[in-house]
Design a protein around this ligand. Structure first.
Ligand SMILES: *[C@@H]1O[C@H](CO)[C@@H](O)[C@H](O)[C@H]1NC(C)=O
Ligand SMILES: *[C@@H]1O[C@H](CO)[C@@H](O)[C@H](O)[C@H]1NC(C)=O
Ligand SMILES: *[C@@H]1O[C@H](CO)[C@@H](O)[C@H](O)[C@H]1NC(C)=O
Ligand SMILES: *[C@@H]1O[C@H](CO)[C@@H](O)[C@H](O)[C@H]1NC(C)=O
Ligand SMILES: *[C@@H]1O[C@H](CO)[C@@H](O)[C@H](O)[C@H]1NC(C)=O
Length: 561
């Protein structure tokens, strides 16, 4: 398949140039990373600055034991695409035995593909990555890390499984310490080997100890024993990396840390990770009312892992994602709730997954991956509008060293991934990029006022644009988060009618009758989902020319070096 990004017109070229410039400014992290309370920070001179991990998973743990996609595109091309899609980091998965079984590590890529009968993959690999195809598997893995490093992409090495293959099930022998393929001593040796091998790789910023612990053997006291040993082993071999600990029950449960903290000999390197998918709750999103499901699921997550933020630990959502065709209603509803939650807490995360297809997965040659950000040929984004939608959470809203503006609120609309924006006082409020969101105060009286002005948000009539007014005392200027999800912003107009903030077909901010607040499972309320979140970044957008201004500043900054 021929693969070209089209960039034929000048505007696109300009935007690409602009994105590249902004991008360069964003990725000059002063590595290594460490933690400062719940934030991940770098080592910048004059104090630490938050680095938001906006990662994508890159699968490298299946039977072939090579990073996927190298039969479709040259390695550096894929690394570049990762950046172009707005990610700054890869969670690169590996099977433990790559590092602990030297005869596996020394099999060449060609031999590994050949053994599985992947003739077409060999041809594609030969054409796209001739310098890698005859390398031993271990060396090929290092080449992938080196390419990411060369392209300024941070890397988190994730021990996905022991025995190469698709993960995970309760009875696959890889689930918990003591399972058939999960000898704790072999695992500790493997972690030490990986940590040592990448000790001097500046862009390897973190190591996940083990993916999705699970199965009949899982046990809290055993978790403490081995996770502490694993964390210490990594830190001893490589004091630079973040040490990332996963929970029980497929990385959904860290609730035991509520009462019993983990004790480690080192500080400022510990991060916890969890996974959250739509299918984590079966078909609940589709069969239930989205407000009720979102409220319930977020509540459960808070109890099982979200509380760690309050305890001062970073929480890394190392797997989440959706069927990117947009045809899975369960996933679509979950995604809006996920985005509201991830934006509200300004979390670090890794999307599942990068690749649009696999060499060989679960017995199928060339299986397509509809959760993949790239398409089947690894040449273009599978769904660029979906990438646009998630781009709001790729940049940080707040955190140490990021106080570009005074603390304020922005109003995020997860269904579009946009924020409430004011273009001028004479135009209705609309939606725009969150980097240009209007700055608000959310007062104790529950009015939403534009920062530095007397203007407050006011409901007018059903189906009409919300207004800005300077008389902010009546009920129509009071905004309550309602429903189980707390994601509807409601107000009352003159005669006491309850309305909810909504958007019309032009993305104008209007008020409408509140949609399916409860019970109804046939209706999706997401157009009415808004969340008021904390921010100390963004332009504030009060000045109509700030957007252009910042483009020129960025260009100027780049030219002047
Ligand atoms: C080590 O790897 C080789 C080559 O893939 C394989 O034949 C062998 O079974 C592996 N040994 C163990 C103990 O997994
Ligand atoms: C990493 O660099 C240090 C100092 O530059 C060196 O002593 C050490 O051997 C290197 N480690 C590895 C694994 O290459
Ligand atoms: C967990 O393992 C410990 C010993 O390693 C054992 O005493 C305890 O009974 C186990 N708990 C469960 C629930 O299996
Ligand atoms: C790892 O790198 C650090 C410097 O970044 C060095 O001090 C340490 O000795 C290295 N450890 C090993 C095991 O190479
Ligand atoms: C992209 O995803 C959206 C839903 O987020 C969907 O409506 C659209 O059809 C998808 N586009 C493609 C090309 O799959």
């Amino acid at each position: 398949m021929a693969c070209h990004f089209s960039s034929s017109n000048a505007l696109i070229t300009f935007l690409v140039l602009f994105a590249t410039i902004v991008h360069d400014q964003h990725t000059t992290e002063a590595l290594p990373l460490s933690t400062n309370s719940r934030w991940i920070v770098d080592d910048a001179k004059g104090g630490s600055e938050r680095v938001k991990l906006s990662c994508v998973n890159w699968v490298s743990h299946l039977e072939v034991v090579v990073a996927e996609g190298l039969h479709k595109q040259p390695l550096d091309v894929i690394s570049t695409k990762i950046l172009e899609m707005g990610f700054n980091c890869v969670r690169l998965t590996y099977p433990l035995f790559l590092f602990t079984n030297s005869s596996l590590g020394s099999v060449t890529v060609r031999q590994s593909l050949k053994k599985l009968g992947l003739v077409e993959s060999i041809a594609g690999f030969q054409a796209n990555n001739p310098s890698i195809i005859d390398l031993p598997l271990l060396k090929a893995f290092q080449e992938v890390v080196a390419s990411l490093e060369r392209n300024n992409v941070m890397v988190i090495l994730d021990n996905q499984i022991s025995k190469p293959g698709w993960c995970c099930s309760d009875f696959d022998g890889n689930g918990f310490f003591g399972d058939q393929y999960f000898d704790p001593n072999v695992w500790l040796q493997g972690l030490t080997k990986v940590a040592t091998m990448f000790n001097n790789s500046t862009h390897v910023v973190g190591m996940s100890l083990r993916n999705e612990l699970r199965g009949p053997r899982q046990n809290v006291s055993v978790w403490y024993r081995y996770m502490q040993m694993g964390a210490e082993a990594i830190h001893a071999a490589n004091p630079n990396v973040l040490v990332i600990l996963s929970g029980l029950s497929y990385d959904k449960d860290l609730s035991f840390l509520q009462t019993r903290p983990i004790s480690l000999s080192f500080c400022n390197k510990l991060v916890f990770e969890i996974h959250w998918y739509g299918f984590s709750d079966g078909e609940d999103w589709k069969t239930g009312n989205p407000n009720q499901v979102c409220g319930r699921v977020v509540d459960t997550i808070t109890k099982r892992s979200g509380f760690l933020l309050d305890k001062g630990y970073p929480l890394f959502i190392s797997e989440w994602g959706v069927d990117q065709r947009g045809t899975n209603e369960n996933d679509n509803r979950y995604l809006n709730c996920f985005l509201a939650w991830a934006a509200n807490y300004d979390l670090d995360w890794a999307l599942w997954t990068l690749g649009g297809s696999y060499y060989f997965r679960e017995g199928v040659i060339g299986m397509e991956e509809f959760y993949g950000a790239l398409n089947w040929g690894w040449c273009e984004p599978r769904n660029s509008s979906l990438l646009d939608k998630i781009s709001a959470i790729q940049s940080p809203f707040q955190g140490p060293g990021l106080s570009k503006t005074r603390p304020h609120k922005i109003i995020f609309h997860p269904a579009t991934g946009l924020c409430v924006q004011r273009l001028s006082l004479f135009k209705p409020l609309t939606l725009g990029p969150c980097s240009e969101a209007e700055s608000w105060d959310y007062t104790p009286k529950k009015t939403l006022t534009i920062k530095g002005t007397y203007y407050c948000l006011q409901a007018d009539k059903v189906g009409k644009p919300a207004k800005l007014n300077i008389i902010c005392t009546d009920n129509s200027s009071i905004w309550e988060p309602i429903s189980a999800s707390k994601l509807h912003l409601s107000s009352k107009i003159n005669n006491g009618t309850v309305v909810c903030l909504d958007i019309d077909s032009q993305n104008t901010i209007v008020t409408n009758t509140c949609k399916c607040l409860a019970s109804d499972n046939m209706c999706d309320p997401a157009s009415q989902w808004f969340i008021v979140i904390n921010s100390t970044t963004g332009s504030g957008a009060a000045q109509p020319y700030s957007r252009i201004g910042s483009i020129f500043q960025a260009i100027e900054g780049n030219l002047l070096g």
